[in-house]
Design a protein around this ligand. Structure first.
Ligand code: DSN
Length: 399
C-alpha cells in the first residue's frame, strides 16, 4: 500500500487486535478467506436490483455471487427455498430492521420490543432511533425477580397494546429464547413475529440455540457476530403471508421485504461484503464451526461460573449462550461499569460497560459489564483458559 499513513494505522489496529483479550460479545475474528473476499474488485461494481433484474449492465458474475450467498444462507439454516426467501443485501443489522418495519408496519404503528436497558436494541423502538420516531414502541422488560423473560407478562402487554409486530432477539440477554412462546405472544395481538437473531445466529446455525424459523414470520440478523462473517445483514422472510390474516391479493412477506430493501431504502448492495458472506456461510456449514459454537457456550459458562464463584453477581444467575452481564456496582466494590471496563482495558482485556436490568445508574456509567466469548473461542481458548481469565479479571477489579 502506497498510503503509508493508512497502512500504518491498519497495521497498528491489527497489532492491537492481536495483543488484547477480546470479550466483546458482538465481535469476532473472520478467516483469511473472508478478508480476502472483502478486499476484491467486487467493491467497484454497482448492482442495484436483484440477480437477473439489475439496473446496471455487467452483472453476470455479480449475480452468481449473490445467488451463491442466497443458496448458502438458506441451506445453512435448513430452509426450504419454496417456503423462505432471504435478502442478503442489508448493509448491516439496523438497516435490516428498518426494512422490515417499513415493509410490515404502517407509519406510526406499534412495534413491541424489549427496552434497551434490559438487553434490547436501539432499533427495537427506542425513541432516539428511527424505530421509535417513525413507529411507536410497546416496551417490555425482563422479570424483576428472575431477570429472565416472563412470557405470560408479555402476553398481557400484547393483548392490551395490540402491536402490529413483536420482536424477539436481543443484544444483551444471556438466556435461551423460547420462540414458541414468543409466537404465542404475537398471536395474542394478531401480530407478526420478527426474530432479530443478530447475536445468536452462529449458535442457531449450529443447533446450539433453538431455531426461530418454525415460529417467526421474518428473521433478521447481522453476519459478523457469532456467525463470524463480514459486517453485513440478512433478512429471511416467508414466501406466504405468515401468521397474520392478509388479503390473498397482497404481496407475500418476502416480496414486501425485497421491495423495502431496494428500492425502498438502500441503493447498490456492497458486493464485496456479499462475496465475503458467501465464504462465511460455507465456513459456518461445517463440523468445525459447530464445534466452535459449542465451545463458545462452554467457555461462556466457564467464565461466568468462575466469576460467580469469586463473588460477582451475574444477572439472571448465569448464562445459556455466548453473553452474560456482570453486576460490578451492587456488590459494594464502589466500581461502576465505566471504571471496571477502563481498569480491564488498561490490563489488555476489552469488554463493554452495559446497563443491567432495572439499573439505577445511567447508560453512560452503568452498573454492569457485558462479556462474551465468541472472539476468544475463535482464537482457540478453552474452559481452563476462561477460568484463569476470570481469576485475572477478579484480581484486576479488586485492586
Ligand atoms: N452493537 C451491537 C452489539 O454490540 O450488540 C448491536 O448492534
Amino acid at each position: 500500500m502506497k498510503d503509508t499513513k493508512v497502512k500504518n494505522l491498519l497495521s497498528a489496529e491489527k497489532k492491537r487486535q492481536k495483543s488484547v483479550i477480546n470479550l466483546i460479545a458482538s465481535e469476532n475474528y473472520v478467516s483469511k478467506d473472508v478478508l480476502e473476499a472483502l478486499g476484491t474488485e467486487t467493491t467497484n461494481k454497482y448492482a442495484e436490483g436483484y440477480p437477473g433484474a439489475r439496473y446496471y449492465g455487467g452483472n453476470e458474475i455479480i449475480d452468481k455471487i449473490e445467488n451463491l450467498a442466497i443458496d448458502r444462507a438458506l441451506k445453512l439454516f435448513k430452509l426450504n427455498p419454496k417456503m423462505w426467501g432471504v435478502n442478503v443485501q442489508p448493509h448491516s443489522g439496523s438497516p435490516a430492521n428498518i426494512a422490515v418495519y417499513q415493509a410490515l408496519v404502517p407509519r406510526g404503528g406499534k412495534i413491541m420490543g424489549m427496552v434497551l436497558s434490559h438487553g434490547g436494541h436501539l432499533t427495537h423502538g427506542h425513541n432516539v432511533s428511527f424505530s421509535g420516531k417513525f413507529w411507536k414502541q410497546v416496551p417490555y422488560t425482563v422479570d424483576p425477580k428472575t431477570e429472565k423473560i416472563n412470557y405470560e407478562e408479555l402476553k398481557k402487554i400484547a393483548k392490551k397494546e395490540k402491536p402490529a409486530l413483536v420482536i424477539a432477539g436481543y443484544s444483551a440477554y444471556p438466556r435461551k429464547i423460547d420462540f414458541k412462546k414468543m409466537r404465542e405472544v404475537a398471536d395474542v395481538a394478531g401480530a407478526y413475529l420478527m426474530v432479530d437473531m443478530a447475536h445468536i445466529s452462529g449458535l442457531v446455525a449450529s443447533g446450539v440455540h433453538p431455531t426461530p424459523f418454525k415460529y417467526a414470520d421474518v428473521v433478521t440478523t447481522t453476519t459478523h457476530k457469532t456467525l463470524r462473517g463480514p459486517r453485513g445483514g440478512m433478512i429471511f422472510a416467508r414466501r406466504d403471508h405468515g401468521h397474520v390474516k392478509t388479503k390473498k391479493s397482497e404481496p407475500t412477506l418476502f416480496e414486501k421485504i425485497q421491495k423495502s430493501v431496494f428500492p425502498g431504502m438502500q441503493g447498490g448492495p456492497h458486493m464485496n461484503q456479499i462475496a465475503a458472506l458467501a465464504v462465511a456461510l460455507k465456513e459456518a456449514d461445517s463440523r468445525a464451526f459447530k464445534k466452535y459454537a459449542e465451545q463458545v457456550v462452554k467457555n461462556n459458562k466457564a467464565l461466568a461460573g468462575e466469576l460467580k464463584k469469586l463473588g460477582w453477581r451475574i444477572t439472571s444467575g448465569g448464562t445459556d449462550n455466548h453473553v452474560f452481564l456482570m453486576d460490578v456496582w451492587n456488590g459494594g466494590t464502589g466500581l461502576t461499569g465505566k471504571d471496571a471496563s477502563r481498569k480491564l482495558e488498561q490490563a489488555g482485556i476489552i469488554v463493554n460497560m452495559n446497563t443491567i436490568p432495572f439499573d439505577t445508574r445511567s447508560p453512560f456509567n452503568p452498573s454492569g459489564l457485558r462479556l462474551g466469548t465468541p472472539a476468544e473461542t475463535t482464537r482457540g481458548k478453552k474452559e481452563k483458559d476462561m477460568i484463569a481469565l476470570a481469576r485475572r479479571i477478579d484480581k484486576i477489579l479488586r485492586k
